[in-house]
Design a protein around this ligand. Structure first.
Ligand SMILES: NC(=O)c1ccc[n+]([C@@H]2O[C@H](COP(=O)([O-])OP(=O)(O)OC[C@H]3O[C@@H](n4cnc5c(N)ncnc54)[C@H](OP(=O)(O)O)[C@@H]3O)[C@@H](O)[C@H]2O)c1
Ligand SMILES: [Zn+2]
Length: 370
Protein backbone atom coordinates (compact mmCIF):
# COMPACT_ATOMS: atom_id res chain seq x y z
CA UNK A 1 0.00 0.00 0.00
CA UNK A 2 1.40 3.42 -0.94
CA UNK A 3 1.92 6.16 1.64
CA UNK A 4 -0.91 8.09 -0.02
CA UNK A 5 -3.35 5.16 0.39
CA UNK A 6 -2.29 4.75 3.99
CA UNK A 7 -3.01 8.38 4.86
CA UNK A 8 -6.33 8.17 2.93
CA UNK A 9 -7.28 5.15 5.00
CA UNK A 10 -6.18 6.87 8.19
CA UNK A 11 -8.35 9.90 7.42
CA UNK A 12 -11.32 7.65 6.69
CA UNK A 13 -10.76 5.83 9.98
CA UNK A 14 -10.44 9.15 11.84
CA UNK A 15 -13.75 10.33 10.41
CA UNK A 16 -15.53 7.09 11.34
CA UNK A 17 -14.26 7.23 14.92
CA UNK A 18 -15.08 10.95 15.24
CA UNK A 19 -18.60 10.11 13.98
CA UNK A 20 -18.81 7.55 16.78
CA UNK A 21 -17.69 10.25 19.29
CA UNK A 22 -20.54 12.46 18.07
CA UNK A 23 -23.10 9.64 18.34
CA UNK A 24 -22.04 9.06 21.92
CA UNK A 25 -22.01 12.77 22.77
CA UNK A 26 -25.63 12.98 21.57
CA UNK A 27 -26.76 10.55 24.22
CA UNK A 28 -26.67 13.50 26.61
CA UNK A 29 -28.75 15.70 24.30
CA UNK A 30 -30.60 18.34 26.31
CA UNK A 31 -28.94 17.32 29.59
CA UNK A 32 -25.52 19.04 29.60
CA UNK A 33 -26.33 22.75 30.08
CA UNK A 34 -24.33 24.90 30.53
CA UNK A 35 -21.73 22.42 29.29
CA UNK A 36 -21.26 21.14 25.73
CA UNK A 37 -21.98 17.62 24.52
CA UNK A 38 -18.66 15.78 24.11
CA UNK A 39 -17.76 12.24 23.07
CA UNK A 40 -14.36 10.53 23.32
CA UNK A 41 -12.92 7.27 21.96
CA UNK A 42 -9.46 5.81 22.65
CA UNK A 43 -8.00 3.52 19.98
CA UNK A 44 -4.92 1.31 20.23
CA UNK A 45 -3.82 -0.23 16.90
CA UNK A 46 -7.29 0.49 15.44
CA UNK A 47 -8.99 -1.29 18.35
CA UNK A 48 -11.30 0.73 20.61
CA UNK A 49 -10.00 0.38 24.17
CA UNK A 50 -11.98 3.16 25.87
CA UNK A 51 -14.97 5.42 25.24
CA UNK A 52 -17.07 7.96 27.08
CA UNK A 53 -19.37 10.95 26.79
CA UNK A 54 -19.98 13.89 29.08
CA UNK A 55 -23.30 13.20 30.86
CA UNK A 56 -23.72 16.78 32.09
CA UNK A 57 -22.51 19.48 34.47
CA UNK A 58 -21.02 18.09 37.66
CA UNK A 59 -20.18 14.76 35.99
CA UNK A 60 -16.75 13.73 34.63
CA UNK A 61 -15.64 14.92 31.21
CA UNK A 62 -15.75 12.47 28.27
CA UNK A 63 -11.94 12.08 28.17
CA UNK A 64 -11.79 11.13 31.87
CA UNK A 65 -14.41 8.40 31.42
CA UNK A 66 -12.69 7.05 28.29
CA UNK A 67 -9.26 7.04 30.02
CA UNK A 68 -10.75 5.18 32.98
CA UNK A 69 -12.14 2.49 30.69
CA UNK A 70 -8.87 2.20 28.74
CA UNK A 71 -6.68 1.95 31.87
CA UNK A 72 -3.11 0.89 30.97
CA UNK A 73 -4.11 0.52 27.31
CA UNK A 74 -4.21 4.32 26.97
CA UNK A 75 -0.39 4.37 26.87
CA UNK A 76 0.72 5.11 23.30
CA UNK A 77 -2.90 5.20 22.10
CA UNK A 78 -4.78 7.69 19.90
CA UNK A 79 -7.53 9.69 21.59
CA UNK A 80 -10.46 11.01 19.53
CA UNK A 81 -12.47 13.80 21.11
CA UNK A 82 -15.17 15.96 19.52
CA UNK A 83 -14.13 19.16 21.40
CA UNK A 84 -10.68 20.46 22.35
CA UNK A 85 -9.72 19.02 25.77
CA UNK A 86 -10.09 21.54 28.58
CA UNK A 87 -6.99 23.13 30.06
CA UNK A 88 -8.31 24.82 33.18
CA UNK A 89 -9.37 23.90 36.68
CA UNK A 90 -13.17 23.93 36.77
CA UNK A 91 -15.27 21.49 38.74
CA UNK A 92 -12.76 18.86 37.56
CA UNK A 93 -8.97 19.03 36.90
CA UNK A 94 -7.96 19.75 33.28
CA UNK A 95 -8.31 16.87 30.81
CA UNK A 96 -5.03 17.88 29.15
CA UNK A 97 -3.21 16.84 32.35
CA UNK A 98 -5.05 13.50 32.51
CA UNK A 99 -4.16 12.77 28.84
CA UNK A 100 -0.50 13.65 29.38
CA UNK A 101 -0.34 11.57 32.57
CA UNK A 102 -1.87 8.57 30.75
CA UNK A 103 0.93 8.72 28.15
CA UNK A 104 -1.26 8.93 25.03
CA UNK A 105 0.63 9.35 21.75
CA UNK A 106 -1.85 11.26 19.63
CA UNK A 107 -5.03 13.32 20.07
CA UNK A 108 -7.52 13.89 17.23
CA UNK A 109 -9.76 16.90 17.97
CA UNK A 110 -13.05 17.67 16.23
CA UNK A 111 -13.20 21.41 16.92
CA UNK A 112 -11.30 23.90 19.04
CA UNK A 113 -12.89 25.48 22.11
CA UNK A 114 -15.23 28.29 20.94
CA UNK A 115 -14.24 30.53 23.84
CA UNK A 116 -11.69 32.93 22.26
CA UNK A 117 -9.98 33.31 25.66
CA UNK A 118 -9.09 29.62 25.94
CA UNK A 119 -9.26 28.44 22.30
CA UNK A 120 -6.17 26.50 21.31
CA UNK A 121 -4.56 26.46 24.77
CA UNK A 122 -5.50 22.81 25.37
CA UNK A 123 -3.99 21.82 22.03
CA UNK A 124 -0.82 23.85 22.73
CA UNK A 125 -0.43 22.15 26.13
CA UNK A 126 -0.67 18.68 24.55
CA UNK A 127 1.84 19.57 21.83
CA UNK A 128 4.27 20.97 24.41
CA UNK A 129 4.12 17.57 26.11
CA UNK A 130 5.18 15.91 22.83
CA UNK A 131 1.73 14.57 21.90
CA UNK A 132 0.82 14.67 18.21
CA UNK A 133 -2.41 16.64 17.70
CA UNK A 134 -4.69 16.65 14.65
CA UNK A 135 -7.45 19.29 14.60
CA UNK A 136 -10.65 19.66 12.56
CA UNK A 137 -11.88 16.12 11.84
CA UNK A 138 -15.65 16.36 11.10
CA UNK A 139 -15.41 19.95 12.31
CA UNK A 140 -18.70 21.07 10.70
CA UNK A 141 -20.59 18.20 12.35
CA UNK A 142 -18.97 18.93 15.72
CA UNK A 143 -19.94 22.60 15.46
CA UNK A 144 -23.50 21.69 14.45
CA UNK A 145 -23.95 19.42 17.48
CA UNK A 146 -22.84 22.19 19.83
CA UNK A 147 -24.32 25.19 17.99
CA UNK A 148 -26.20 26.29 21.11
CA UNK A 149 -23.11 25.99 23.34
CA UNK A 150 -21.03 27.99 20.83
CA UNK A 151 -23.68 30.73 20.68
CA UNK A 152 -23.94 30.89 24.47
CA UNK A 153 -20.15 31.25 24.86
CA UNK A 154 -19.75 33.86 22.12
CA UNK A 155 -22.83 36.00 22.87
CA UNK A 156 -23.59 35.38 26.56
CA UNK A 157 -27.15 34.44 25.59
CA UNK A 158 -28.96 31.16 25.09
CA UNK A 159 -29.47 29.98 21.50
CA UNK A 160 -33.04 30.74 20.37
CA UNK A 161 -34.99 28.50 18.01
CA UNK A 162 -38.35 29.66 16.68
CA UNK A 163 -40.52 26.69 15.80
CA UNK A 164 -43.91 26.95 14.17
CA UNK A 165 -46.32 24.92 12.12
CA UNK A 166 -48.11 26.60 9.25
CA UNK A 167 -50.33 25.73 6.33
CA UNK A 168 -49.04 26.18 2.79
CA UNK A 169 -50.77 29.57 2.75
CA UNK A 170 -48.84 30.69 5.82
CA UNK A 171 -51.46 30.38 8.58
CA UNK A 172 -50.80 29.01 12.07
CA UNK A 173 -54.50 28.89 13.01
CA UNK A 174 -57.93 29.48 11.46
CA UNK A 175 -59.75 32.83 11.58
CA UNK A 176 -61.35 31.62 14.85
CA UNK A 177 -57.92 30.78 16.34
CA UNK A 178 -58.41 26.99 16.07
CA UNK A 179 -55.08 25.28 15.47
CA UNK A 180 -55.28 21.58 16.39
CA UNK A 181 -53.62 20.37 14.28
CA UNK A 182 -51.81 22.09 11.49
CA UNK A 183 -49.39 19.20 10.89
CA UNK A 184 -49.46 15.40 10.95
CA UNK A 185 -48.53 13.15 13.94
CA UNK A 186 -45.06 12.53 12.39
CA UNK A 187 -44.25 16.28 12.47
CA UNK A 188 -45.60 16.57 16.00
CA UNK A 189 -43.39 13.77 17.22
CA UNK A 190 -40.45 15.63 15.61
CA UNK A 191 -41.43 18.62 17.78
CA UNK A 192 -41.30 16.40 20.87
CA UNK A 193 -37.70 15.48 19.94
CA UNK A 194 -36.86 19.16 19.52
CA UNK A 195 -38.18 19.79 23.04
CA UNK A 196 -35.96 17.05 24.50
CA UNK A 197 -32.95 18.84 23.00
CA UNK A 198 -33.90 22.23 24.50
CA UNK A 199 -33.64 23.56 28.05
CA UNK A 200 -36.75 25.74 27.87
CA UNK A 201 -39.88 26.17 25.74
CA UNK A 202 -41.56 29.60 25.63
CA UNK A 203 -45.09 30.69 24.79
CA UNK A 204 -47.15 33.82 25.45
CA UNK A 205 -50.31 34.26 27.48
CA UNK A 206 -52.56 34.13 24.46
CA UNK A 207 -51.38 30.65 23.52
CA UNK A 208 -52.13 29.49 27.09
CA UNK A 209 -55.65 30.95 26.83
CA UNK A 210 -56.35 29.60 23.34
CA UNK A 211 -54.55 26.23 23.19
CA UNK A 212 -53.97 25.10 26.79
CA UNK A 213 -50.80 23.26 25.65
CA UNK A 214 -48.83 20.64 27.60
CA UNK A 215 -45.43 21.48 26.03
CA UNK A 216 -43.84 18.24 27.19
CA UNK A 217 -41.81 15.77 25.20
CA UNK A 218 -44.31 13.11 26.32
CA UNK A 219 -41.50 11.29 28.13
CA UNK A 220 -40.06 11.47 31.65
CA UNK A 221 -39.79 14.68 33.74
CA UNK A 222 -35.99 14.80 33.38
CA UNK A 223 -36.31 14.98 29.59
CA UNK A 224 -38.85 17.78 29.66
CA UNK A 225 -37.64 21.34 29.19
CA UNK A 226 -38.69 24.10 31.56
CA UNK A 227 -42.03 25.46 30.29
CA UNK A 228 -41.95 29.25 30.21
CA UNK A 229 -44.92 31.59 29.85
CA UNK A 230 -44.58 35.31 29.13
CA UNK A 231 -47.71 37.16 30.21
CA UNK A 232 -47.83 40.86 30.96
CA UNK A 233 -51.49 40.89 32.03
CA UNK A 234 -51.40 37.61 33.96
CA UNK A 235 -55.01 37.30 32.88
CA UNK A 236 -54.66 33.53 32.59
CA UNK A 237 -57.04 30.62 33.23
CA UNK A 238 -57.05 29.06 36.71
CA UNK A 239 -57.15 25.61 35.17
CA UNK A 240 -54.39 24.96 32.62
CA UNK A 241 -52.15 21.99 31.78
CA UNK A 242 -49.08 24.12 32.46
CA UNK A 243 -50.03 24.61 36.12
CA UNK A 244 -49.64 20.86 36.72
CA UNK A 245 -45.92 20.52 37.45
CA UNK A 246 -45.84 16.73 37.96
CA UNK A 247 -44.46 16.10 34.48
CA UNK A 248 -42.44 19.27 33.90
CA UNK A 249 -41.69 22.53 35.69
CA UNK A 250 -43.29 25.82 34.71
CA UNK A 251 -41.98 29.38 35.02
CA UNK A 252 -44.14 32.43 34.42
CA UNK A 253 -42.64 35.84 33.63
CA UNK A 254 -44.89 38.81 34.21
CA UNK A 255 -44.81 42.55 34.85
CA UNK A 256 -44.04 43.90 38.30
CA UNK A 257 -47.19 43.92 40.47
CA UNK A 258 -49.46 42.33 37.87
CA UNK A 259 -52.32 40.33 39.40
CA UNK A 260 -50.61 39.51 42.74
CA UNK A 261 -53.46 37.19 43.77
CA UNK A 262 -52.95 35.03 40.70
CA UNK A 263 -49.19 35.04 41.25
CA UNK A 264 -49.84 33.61 44.71
CA UNK A 265 -52.21 31.00 43.27
CA UNK A 266 -49.54 29.88 40.78
CA UNK A 267 -46.83 29.67 43.44
CA UNK A 268 -49.10 27.48 45.55
CA UNK A 269 -49.36 25.13 42.59
CA UNK A 270 -45.55 24.89 42.42
CA UNK A 271 -45.19 27.27 39.46
CA UNK A 272 -42.30 29.75 39.68
CA UNK A 273 -43.29 33.36 39.02
CA UNK A 274 -40.77 36.08 38.16
CA UNK A 275 -41.71 39.75 37.93
CA UNK A 276 -39.86 41.87 35.35
CA UNK A 277 -40.37 45.55 34.63
CA UNK A 278 -41.20 46.09 30.92
CA UNK A 279 -41.20 42.40 30.03
CA UNK A 280 -39.35 41.64 26.78
CA UNK A 281 -37.93 38.51 25.11
CA UNK A 282 -34.40 39.90 25.65
CA UNK A 283 -34.95 40.15 29.41
CA UNK A 284 -36.32 36.62 29.52
CA UNK A 285 -33.31 35.31 27.56
CA UNK A 286 -30.95 37.10 29.99
CA UNK A 287 -32.69 35.39 32.92
CA UNK A 288 -32.49 31.98 31.19
CA UNK A 289 -28.78 32.59 30.46
CA UNK A 290 -28.21 33.14 34.19
CA UNK A 291 -29.86 29.76 34.80
CA UNK A 292 -27.16 28.18 32.61
CA UNK A 293 -29.45 27.34 29.68
CA UNK A 294 -28.04 26.53 26.24
CA UNK A 295 -31.08 26.39 23.97
CA UNK A 296 -34.54 27.86 24.13
CA UNK A 297 -37.45 26.89 21.89
CA UNK A 298 -39.90 29.67 21.02
CA UNK A 299 -43.26 27.94 20.42
CA UNK A 300 -45.31 31.10 20.68
CA UNK A 301 -47.75 32.71 18.26
CA UNK A 302 -46.93 35.51 15.83
CA UNK A 303 -47.11 38.51 18.18
CA UNK A 304 -44.48 37.25 20.58
CA UNK A 305 -42.45 35.64 17.76
CA UNK A 306 -42.07 39.06 16.10
CA UNK A 307 -40.91 40.61 19.39
CA UNK A 308 -38.44 37.74 19.89
CA UNK A 309 -36.98 38.17 16.38
CA UNK A 310 -36.75 41.95 16.80
CA UNK A 311 -34.96 41.43 20.14
CA UNK A 312 -32.33 39.11 18.61
CA UNK A 313 -33.67 36.24 20.75
CA UNK A 314 -34.06 33.93 17.72
CA UNK A 315 -31.12 32.49 15.77
CA UNK A 316 -32.66 29.48 14.07
CA UNK A 317 -36.03 28.84 12.44
CA UNK A 318 -37.71 25.43 12.30
CA UNK A 319 -40.81 25.84 10.14
CA UNK A 320 -43.10 22.87 9.66
CA UNK A 321 -45.11 23.36 6.49
CA UNK A 322 -48.30 21.36 5.95
CA UNK A 323 -49.45 20.85 2.35
CA UNK A 324 -52.92 22.24 3.05
CA UNK A 325 -54.68 25.56 2.60
CA UNK A 326 -56.98 27.10 5.22
CA UNK A 327 -57.33 30.65 3.86
CA UNK A 328 -58.77 33.59 5.81
CA UNK A 329 -57.73 37.25 5.61
CA UNK A 330 -57.35 37.56 9.38
CA UNK A 331 -56.11 34.02 10.14
CA UNK A 332 -52.82 34.46 12.07
CA UNK A 333 -49.42 33.90 10.51
CA UNK A 334 -46.18 32.76 12.22
CA UNK A 335 -44.61 36.21 12.61
CA UNK A 336 -46.52 39.39 13.45
CA UNK A 337 -45.50 42.95 12.69
CA UNK A 338 -41.77 43.57 12.42
CA UNK A 339 -42.23 47.16 11.23
CA UNK A 340 -40.65 46.38 7.85
CA UNK A 341 -42.15 48.07 4.80
CA UNK A 342 -39.97 47.01 1.86
CA UNK A 343 -39.24 43.47 0.72
CA UNK A 344 -35.58 44.41 0.65
CA UNK A 345 -35.75 44.78 4.45
CA UNK A 346 -36.80 41.14 4.94
CA UNK A 347 -35.06 39.06 7.59
CA UNK A 348 -33.09 36.53 5.56
CA UNK A 349 -31.97 33.01 6.36
CA UNK A 350 -28.81 31.11 5.46
CA UNK A 351 -27.77 27.45 5.59
CA UNK A 352 -31.32 26.55 4.68
CA UNK A 353 -32.36 22.92 4.40
CA UNK A 354 -35.67 21.19 3.87
CA UNK A 355 -36.76 17.63 4.53
CA UNK A 356 -39.99 15.66 4.42
CA UNK A 357 -41.53 14.66 7.76
CA UNK A 358 -44.46 12.33 7.13
CA UNK A 359 -46.70 14.25 4.72
CA UNK A 360 -45.33 17.64 5.91
CA UNK A 361 -42.02 19.47 5.33
CA UNK A 362 -39.54 20.90 7.79
CA UNK A 363 -37.58 23.93 6.63
CA UNK A 364 -34.62 24.87 8.83
CA UNK A 365 -32.42 27.94 8.51
CA UNK A 366 -30.38 30.49 10.44
CA UNK A 367 -31.18 34.20 10.64
CA UNK A 368 -28.52 36.38 9.04
CA UNK A 369 -27.57 39.19 11.41
CA UNK A 370 -25.83 42.10 9.74
N1 LIG B 1 -49.16 26.73 14.71
C1 LIG B 1 -48.26 27.09 15.60
O1 LIG B 1 -47.09 26.74 15.45
C2 LIG B 1 -48.66 27.92 16.79
C3 LIG B 1 -47.80 28.03 17.88
C4 LIG B 1 -48.18 28.85 18.95
C5 LIG B 1 -49.39 29.53 18.91
N2 LIG B 1 -50.19 29.36 17.84
C6 LIG B 1 -51.45 30.13 17.76
O2 LIG B 1 -51.13 31.48 17.90
C7 LIG B 1 -52.22 32.17 18.50
C8 LIG B 1 -51.66 33.06 19.62
O3 LIG B 1 -50.80 33.99 19.03
P1 LIG B 1 -50.10 35.18 19.79
O4 LIG B 1 -49.33 35.92 18.79
O5 LIG B 1 -51.11 35.95 20.57
O6 LIG B 1 -49.05 34.38 20.69
P2 LIG B 1 -48.64 34.25 22.18
O7 LIG B 1 -47.71 33.10 22.15
O8 LIG B 1 -49.73 34.13 23.16
O9 LIG B 1 -47.87 35.61 22.46
C9 LIG B 1 -48.55 36.83 22.73
C10 LIG B 1 -48.69 37.04 24.23
O10 LIG B 1 -47.41 37.11 24.81
C11 LIG B 1 -47.46 37.88 26.01
N3 LIG B 1 -46.36 38.83 26.04
C12 LIG B 1 -45.52 39.00 27.08
N4 LIG B 1 -44.59 39.91 26.83
C13 LIG B 1 -44.82 40.35 25.59
C14 LIG B 1 -44.15 41.31 24.77
N5 LIG B 1 -43.09 42.01 25.18
N6 LIG B 1 -44.64 41.50 23.52
C15 LIG B 1 -45.70 40.80 23.08
N7 LIG B 1 -46.36 39.87 23.82
C16 LIG B 1 -45.91 39.64 25.06
C17 LIG B 1 -48.81 38.58 26.03
O11 LIG B 1 -49.57 37.82 26.96
P3 LIG B 1 -50.74 38.48 27.89
O12 LIG B 1 -51.79 38.88 26.92
O13 LIG B 1 -51.16 37.34 28.76
O14 LIG B 1 -50.14 39.62 28.62
C18 LIG B 1 -49.32 38.38 24.61
O15 LIG B 1 -50.72 38.30 24.53
C19 LIG B 1 -53.16 31.11 19.01
O16 LIG B 1 -54.27 31.09 18.17
C20 LIG B 1 -52.37 29.84 18.89
O17 LIG B 1 -53.23 28.76 18.56
C21 LIG B 1 -49.87 28.59 16.79
ZN1 LIG C 1 -12.18 18.32 30.31
Amino acid sequence: MSEFDQSENQQKFDRIIMGYCLDMAQQALGKTAPNPMVGCVIAQNSQIVGKGFHPGAGHPHAEVLALKEAGEKAKGATVYVSLEPCNHYGRTPPCTEALIAAGVAKVVVGMIDPNPLVAGSGIAKLREAGIQVVVGVLEAECRQLNEAFIHRILHQKPFGILKYAMTLDGKIATTTGHSAWVTSPAARSEVHKLRVACDAVIIGGNTVRRDNPLLTSRSSKVDNPLRVVMSRSLDLPTEANLWNVDEANTLVFTEVESNREFQQYLRQKGVEVVEVSSLTPAKVMANLYDRGFLSVLWECGGTLAARAIADGAVQKICAFIAPKIIGGQIAPSPVGDLGLIKMTEAVELENVSICAVGCDYLLTGYIIFD
